[in-house]
Design a protein around this ligand. Sequence first.
Ligand code: ADP
Ligand code: MG
Length: 475
Amino acid sequence: MIKTAPSVWGECLSFIQDNIKQQAYKTWFEPIKPIKLSGEALTIQVPSKFFYEWLEEHYIKLLRVALVKQLGEDAKLIYDVRMENNYSSSKPHTVKIPSSNRNPINPQGITMPLDFNKRELRNPFVIPGIQKVKIESQLNPNYNFDSFVEGDSNRLARSASMAVANKPGGTSFNPLLIYGGVGLGKTHLAHAIGVQIKDKYPDKTVLYISSEKFTQQYIDSVKANTRNDFIHFYSMIDVLLIDDVQFLSGKTGTQDVFFHIFNHLHQNGKQVILTSDKAPVDMQDIEQRLLSRFKWGLSAELQVPDYETRISILQNKLYRDGVEMPEEIVEYIAKHIKSNVRELEGVLISMIAQASFNRKEFTLSLTKQIVDKFVKNTKREVSIDYIQKIVSNYFELDVTTLQSKTRKRHIVQARQLAMYFAKRMTKASLASIGSQIGKRDHATVLHACKTVDNLTETDKQFRKYVDDITKKLTF
Ligand code: ADP
Ligand code: MG
C-alpha cells in the first residue's frame, strides 16, 4: 500500500487517541492537518505558533513514538505553522519548523528552532519604530549584593540568591521565590541577582520585570494580536526575574501565559526568580498548577530585621552617603523603626535633608520629631484579638462562642467575618489567622474570605455588617 500524508497521519492519530485523554485529543490533535509526506518526513499544519509550542512541549514523545511506528527510526516531523500577522496587510503566512524530535539525543526535546529567532521579533520593551536588538535588563546597579546588609533575618534568602547568581539554572533553587513583607528587600535582592549574573555572564539575557508591567504587556499583546510574539519574547530569556507575583492573583489570562513561559524556561534550564509578599500557601487566587510550580524550587523568607541588623543597615547607608551621625541617634532610629527597611532609610533621608537645609546638627530632638512623623503615618496594625473582640461585641457574642465549633449560622457568619477582617487588616498568614480564630486550618480561612466577598456583593444586610465593623475597627 502506498503511504500518503493522510494515511500516515491517520494511523498516528489512532495510536495517539488511545494514549491521551479525549479532551486533549480533541483540543490538540483534531485541528491538525496532514499536508505532505516526502520520504520519512511528514509535514503537518498547525493553527498557531502557540499550538506548535504546546505540542512540542507536551506531546513530543508521543508524536515521536507514533511516527516511528509508521515511518521507521528516521521519521521526521515538520510543522507548518500559521503565523499570526502582526505587520498588517499581507496575507497570513506559514513557517516550516522541524520538530525537535529529529534529535532524540536531547531528552528534553524542546529547543527553539533557529528559524524562529531569525524572524523579526516584537519586543514589548521597544517602542515600535525604534530598532533595538539587545534586550535591556532593566536592572538597577545600586541594588547589588555589596549594598545588601546581611543579618539573621535575611541570611537564607541572601545566600540562596547568591548561589543562584553564581550558577543561574544550575542549582536546585529553580524557581527561587523570595517572599516577605513590604520594604524588607525583595526587590533589592532580585536586582542583586540580576546585576551579579550580568557581571559574571555578560552574554546571558537577563530581564527584571514587575508583575504589573508583565500583565500590562500581556494585555497589550492580546489587544494587538501579538500574543505569540509576547510568549516568544519571554521564551528567549535566560534569567527571568518577576517581582511581586502576588499581583497576578485573579488574573487568569496572565497566569495562563506565565505558566506556559515558565514551563518553557524551566525545561530549558533557564533560571526563574520570583518575589512575593506571601508564601505560596498563603497566595490567593493563583491557579493551583502555577502554585505547584512556585514550590518546585526554594521559597526563602525575608523576615523583619532584628535590632543589630537595623543598626548595620543604617550605618552602611550613612557610610555610602558619606554622612556622619552620632551613635545615640542611629540607635534611637533603630529602636523605633522596626518593621520596614524602607522606612529606616526614609528617616535617614529626612534627617539628612532637614539638617542640611537648616544647617543644623543632628540632634536627638530633631530625630524624635522625624521618627514620630514616620510612626504616625504608618497605619497601626490592628491585632487579631482586637478584631475578634469587636466582631463578637457587634453580634453580642463572647469570644469563646465565636471560636467554638458550633455550626449555628449566625455564629459561623461572625467567625467568617472575623477571619475576613484578620486577612484584610493584618499581615498574618491564613494559617496563623486560622490557628488564632478557633484553631481552624488555612483552607477554612480562605473559604471564609471568599464567602464574605460573595455575600457582600449579594446580600444587603450582610454588606451592612461589613461596613459597620469596618468603621468600628478603623476609628
Ligand atoms: P520590598 O521589595 O521587599 O518591598 P525593597 O527591596 O524595595 O523592599 O527594599 C526597600 C529599601 O530597603 C530599598 O531601598 C533597599 O535597598 C533597602 N533594603 C532592604 N533590605 C536591605 C538590606 N538587608 N540591606 C540594605 N538595604 C536594604
Ligand atoms: Mg518590591
